[in-house]
Design a protein around this ligand. Sequence first.
Ligand SMILES: C[S@@+](CC[C@H](N)C(=O)[O-])C[C@H]1O[C@@H](n2cnc3c(N)ncnc32)[C@H](O)[C@@H]1O
Ligand code: SF4
Ligand code: SF4
Length: 407
Amino acid sequence: MYFPSTPISYAVEITYNCNHSCPGCANVLGQHRQAELQNWRELFDCIAPPDNRRKYAELLRITGGEPTLHPEFGQIIRYIDTFGIPHATFTNGRWNDPDTLIELFQGCQNFVGLLVSLHGSTAETHQAFTHDALEGFEIICDNIRLAAEARLEVFTNTVLTRDNCGQLDDIIVLSQRLGAEYAVFNRYLGKPHPIEPDEQQLRQTIRRIEALQREGIHCRIGDCIPPCFEKNSSVGSNGGIEHCAISPSGMVRPENLTSYTFGNLFEQPIEAIWQSERAQWYRQQLPEKCLECVELPRCRGGCRSVTVEYELAGDPLMQEPIYTAEPEILELDPTWKPVPFFNIRPEPFGYLLARYNWSVPVAHEAKALVEAINGQTTLAQLHQQFGDDALDFIGQLYREGCVGFEE
Ligand SMILES: C[S@@+](CC[C@H](N)C(=O)[O-])C[C@H]1O[C@@H](n2cnc3c(N)ncnc32)[C@H](O)[C@@H]1O
Ligand code: SF4
Ligand code: SF4
């Protein structure tokens, strides 16, 4: 497996302050509520150096805690917006001043979306996750609606729980009614908690999300669900590979789900942190059985951060390896022209085709083909020039969201 020499996706936790007290909060450091990023210009200049802002990051995620509670939230967003890097904010939607917040994002050039947590279609199920006051649900719904009406890209994010799995269709209807682009669903990740759905519930819910998605409904699975648990369209975990979480004190971790730290951005350059022994050790934490599995390149062995944090043998959803690849038939018109959705980054092993928080490593020899995916060349021409393997490769890129097609 090849790894990018630096992360391309940075989740910067600007504060651990929060107006919710979700008992199942994914952020293992979130209990340090006083922690707040102070020297944020310095931190963002390490991620996006002033002489080449786009050197490392393809995506910045502003998160927390509840990031909108940072006293300089507006200044931070305006600052990072000048970098030319797409940025998104993860929020619980319980905003102190919705109008100012919406105006802030309306004034941005590189803002790509708000991911607002909505953990049910009713106040009761939402509250079961957040432990907020019951009226919080209506306030969040109003804020989502306001943001969507102001033409901001809003996505709702639901952590699947015992209480809300049965509300799946209603959550999607609500999300759409409020004007969200997509209803995103994440499995619960963290230490075992009574709020988690049982396996049967989770399986059924995954099947339903996949079926609705095939019908063209705007819903999808967010974080990695190993296909050995249930066949699904999610991609593997990118923590420690393309993605990192950064705490208010500059600690670089593979994800917010673990306190396992690779290094500190205020003390070391990101290249050294990402190639450190601690980072390499983390990436090696792969159940042996996964090495036999045909789905490994895409699944990447499930959620490593939970495995490492709770010293588990593997992803809690992991079952038996998959030994035979199911042929996947993709019907493509030879006149279609593949359009690249990726940026090409040179790496010692070849190139990284990077899209936001996901990447596909390719060898030096693939350069001619990669450059020919330009929105001008038809599939027939690519086939003629590069053979059958080129079509398989383009199919893989399509499956991983790295190319589209122009008719
Ligand atoms: C830690 S929160 C921080 C942002 C904000 N406070 C919020 O809740 O949306 C980041 C994301 O993690 C999701 N999340 C929280 N707890 C989770 C868990 N146990 N498993 C999976 N995702 C979780 C939230 O829904 C949110 O989209
Ligand atoms: S709102 Fe977000 S950060 Fe706050 S406790 Fe809940 S999941 Fe954690
Ligand atoms: S066996 Fe491992 S690599 Fe294969 S699907 Fe399961 S978790 Fe993923």
